[in-house]
Design a protein around this ligand. Structure first.
Ligand code: KG4
Ligand code: ZN
Length: 360
């Protein structure tokens, strides 16, 4: 009789999405369930950690039950439990980690403590045959990094942000333009009707030797430019959204090009350019990176949109990758708010030790 492929339950609760998914070792997503807290945080203009933690607690169990029902799977048939254990908002991380540990303990199955960033970083391998090592641009609300992914457990940071993450910049600029939260999709929508040439904005870090990012200066340039306008009409909003998005695209392109050069200088035989994280949902960014990869003779992979933003399937898949390496975790694994993927990477700002994006 043929053996059934290993089945892992993935749990995600590190920010404002509560999510669960059942994924098999042969890359089938049997079920996915997600509860977004966007409405709970909207009136605050950003994620409120305490509200997020309570919402995770409220929804997680039902999401897991829904997944099992959808996949027609009993809890006892799950082979291992993977839960995000950091980095992220610690209250929420603890909710998911505790649920994962409790299930693993009661079912007597292995527990896998997943780094949320590794979840994003490995997610393209769930949908495509991407071979290590590859170059990853990880762009989300809390992170903006360029990493050489050598293996499921070996990440080399080539660049990071010295201030804001790319998604954070989208969210802050959306707030300045009164476009609401979350800002990324709102900016992208407004930009479609705008003129990207109307406001010349600085392209952060253009031409710098290291593959680092910076977005706070760009955000300030947006603020000072709109302060000079007497009123903010819809066309101004659209044009600013387009101009800002254009500057971000140029910066991501320039920094990623630099990282490809660094890989070649260091003899890292990257097989592909991969983008992951919530900002990778942006069509203008994806399009630009697609041609950047082609120019550099690399295949380009991005997960489908629903796997770009936070989700349970990427956590389950990262669990498979770790389980295949025999890397299970003890039930006393401590959830953590900060958890850099590359512990050897140097701090990029001497005044903020180890800072690598607000959540890492
Ligand atoms: O990966 P993610 O869901 O959560 C974090 O781990 O941060 O990313 C959320 C971020 C938010 O900052 C959101 O504004 C941004 O991704 N985002 C976008 C788009 N969709 C989501 N940014 C630009 N364009 C989009 N279409
Ligand atoms: Zn994320």
């Amino acid at each position: 009789m043929q053996e059934k492929p290993t089945l892992i339950l993935g749990i995600e609760s590190s920010c404002d999405e509560t999510a669960a998914a059942l994924v098999t070792a042969d890359k089938r997503i049997l079920a996915e369930a997600l509860s977004s807290q966007t409405a709970d945080h909207k009136c605050f203009g950003g994620v409120v950690p305490e509200i997020a933690a309570r919402a995770h607690l409220l929804h997680l169990e039902a999401l897991i039950t829904t997944c099992c029902a959808e996949a027609n799977v009993e809890l006892v048939n799950i082979d291992a439990i993977a839960a995000t254990c950091g980095p992220g908002l610690i209250g929420g991380v603890m909710v998911g980690a505790m649920m994962g540990k409790a299930l693993a303990a009661s079912l007597g199955k292995p527990f896998l403590a997943i780094n949320h960033l590794a979840g994003h970083a490995l997610s393209p391998r769930l949908v495509a045959d991407v071979v290590f090592p590859y170059l990853l641009l990880l762009v989300s609300g809390g992170h903006c990094q360029l990493l050489a992914v050598h293996g499921a457990n070996r990440f080399q940071r080539l660049g990071t942000t010295i201030d804001d993450a790319a998604g954070e910049a989208f969210d802050k600029v959306a707030k300045l333009l009164d476009l609401g939260y979350p800002g990324g999709p709102a900016i992208e929508r407004a930009a479609k009707n705008g003129d990207a040439k109307r406001f010349p904005l600085p392209v952060p870090m253009l031409g710098r030797q290291e593959a680092h990012f910076s977005f706070s200066g760009l955000k300030t340039a947006v603020r000072t430019t709109i302060e000079k306008l007497e009123t903010l009409q819809q066309t101004d909003v659209n044009d600013m959204a387009a101009s800002f998005q254009h500057a971000v695209v140029q910066s991501l392109n320039d920094r990623t090009t630099r990282a490809i050069s660094i890989c070649r200088e260091q003899g890292i035989p990257i097989t592909a350019l991969v983008v992951a994280g919530g900002v990778a949902a942006n069509a203008a960014i994806r399009e630009n990176l697609t041609s950047l990869a082609a120019v550099n003779g690399l295949p380009f992979t991005a997960p489908p949109l629903r796997l770009c933003t936070d989700n349970g399937a990427m956590v389950a898949w990262a669990g498979h990758e770790r389980l295949a390496l025999g890397l299970t975790d003890a039930l006393d694994f401590a959830p953590r708010p900060r958890w850099p993927l590359d512990p050897d990477a140097e701090a990029v700002r001497s005044d903020v030790p180890g800072r690598a994006g607000v959540k890492a």
